[in-house]
Design a protein around this ligand. Structure first.
Ligand code: GLP
Length: 277
């Protein structure tokens, strides 16, 4: 293993607990920046996996700040979004095409032709999902996938009971997810019923995973993800299978964890130092 982002992982889920949402954003942005710089040093532009939702917004702002300050070069960097609603036009302000453009592509100065979002309007959704999988492979795979977590433990739109081996496909949203996302629409019945989402197997193919969560409303899902059994009832528990996954959470999101002292102990005594990696 080399240094940098890769060197910080120890074949286990790394749990980084910080005090505030602002700290989460700073640490997550720094890890993404490091992944971009490492790829650049290897002569290539990184491919990022990007997420919607409120959780990663602070991280995107922090990255945008770095770009503006000349601390981070995002030229040539590509991005693949996790998911999209079925049946709403890309021009709808709450389509994930629009959200990713507004919160990622523009502020980070990415080339829009290198930013892909699944097609929720395709006449043949299965075909479009297969094409999306192929596009990820053709781009060389995702170097770092940024994730949020739903209150029901979903990642992307992989709702509870999603196959842990699933690939990009159409899905039916859980009622709780529709309720959670109703705040973005004029009325709850405008929230689409269906979506397309990268599968859990697709997400696990990314070279690094980085999940951010803040606030007490996520505490139960966060505990199930990190300390619960590997189960499709908590799709995010699939991160336990990934050799290079990091979870960055604030104190409130960490409040239902039982091994907090251990995670903090691990952070104070990094294995990479012991191995000289
Ligand atoms: C959304 C997205 C997920 C996101 C999650 C949590 O519906 N599909 O990718 O992680 O729900 O959203 P938030 O961060 O706003 O709590």
């Amino acid at each position: 293993m080399t240094g940098g982002v890769a060197g910080h992982y120890a074949e286990a889920m790394r749990v980084i607990i910080v005090e505030t949402a602002a700290d989460v954003a700073k640490i997550a942005a720094e890890r993404i920046a490091q992944a971009v710089r490492e790829r650049r040093a290897a002569g290539a532009a990184a491919v990022l996996g990007v997420a919607t939702g409120s959780s990663p917004l602070g991280t995107y702002s922090e990255l945008a700040r770095m770009v503006q300050a000349g601390q981070l070069d995002m030229s040539g960097v590509g991005a693949f979004a996790l998911d999209e609603y079925v049946g709403i036009e890309a021009s709808h302000p709450e389509s994930y095409h629009a959200v990713i453009h507004r919160t990622v592509t523009e502020p980070l100065g990415l080339d829009p032709t290198l930013v892909r979002v699944p097609d929720g309007l395709a006449a043949d959704l299965d075909l479009a999902c297969r094409a999306y999988e192929r596009a990820i492979v053709d781009a060389g795979g995702v170097d770092l996938q940024l994730l949020g977590i739903g209150a029901n433990g979903h990642i992307g739109f992989n709702e509870p009971t999603s196959s842990l081996a699933s690939r990009t496909r159409p899905k039916t949203l859980a009622p709780q997810t529709r309720d959670d996302n109703a705040r973005f629409f004029d009325s709850p019945d405008q929230v689409p019923v269906h979506c397309v989402t990268q599968g859990i197997g697709t997400i696990l193919d990314a070279k690094h995973l980085l999940l951010v969560a803040t606030g007490a409303a996520k505490a139960e899902a966060v505990a199930a993800m990190i300390e619960g059994p590997l189960s499709s009832m908590c799709p995010a528990s699939a991160l336990q299978l990934h050799p290079r996954a990091a979870v960055v959470i604030d104190r409130q999101a960490a409040q239902q964890l039982t091994l907090t002292e251990y995670y903090e102990h691990i952070e104070r005594h990094p294995l990479s130092g012991a191995r000289g990696a």
